[in-house]
Write a protein that binds this ligand. Sequence first.
Ligand code: GSH
Length: 212
Amino acid sequence: MTSFVVYGFAGSTFTRIVRMAFAEKAVPYEHVAVGIHDGANRSAEHLARHPFGKVPALGVDGTYVYETDAILELLEGLHPEPPLFPDDVLARARMRQWMSVIHTYAYPAMVSVLMWERLLKPMMGREPDLDAVGGVLPEVRRQLGLFDEQLAGTACLAGDAFSAADLYLAAVVAFVARTPEGPDLLAAAPHVARWWEHMQKRQSVRDTALEI
Ligand SMILES: N[C@@H](CCC(=O)N[C@@H](CS)C(=O)NCC(=O)O)C(=O)O
């Protein structure tokens, strides 16, 4: 049987996506902590797993796969049940669209700015940059509005079937919801709020929840 090792840390958005995917499929894996705030991601040991110094990386039978999207592809191929990638061609394209949107646009706004300023800096005893927060909020609202439009018509992000796109969105909305602005942001995106209520009941989301 294939053995898996997930290298990353609990607070990492992308590591959480991979861990949720393993949990959804009930596939066992070893989790090896690699932090980014202590520079462990830049160590020679980790660069051998992920030459760009990011987490997660996946160890699989003596080799490494990196980039969350690629890791999910591998997992889906080896463990197709329950599916995280829809069979329907349009739904699969929609899933890829939202995964890319979250990676490319939502993560920088919602995690790199809003979460960093509002959750992480205060946790480290540092003052948030409120100008940066104010500057990013219109874009966060706009993006939540796009997810809301999609979720107004479908139960899940890529359609009515649960998919990897829901894991991507869960990993960023989990942070947004915990910011001081979170309740107002979610009140303005009621379909996202309803979806998030459901998502929080999933075992994969509960098992990977952060204790911050
Ligand atoms: N493209 C990567 C992104 C991974 C990523 O950005 N991970 C963050 C943590 S959530 C990281 O490693 N940051 C460390 C850094 O940028 O130095 C993927 O899809 O896995």
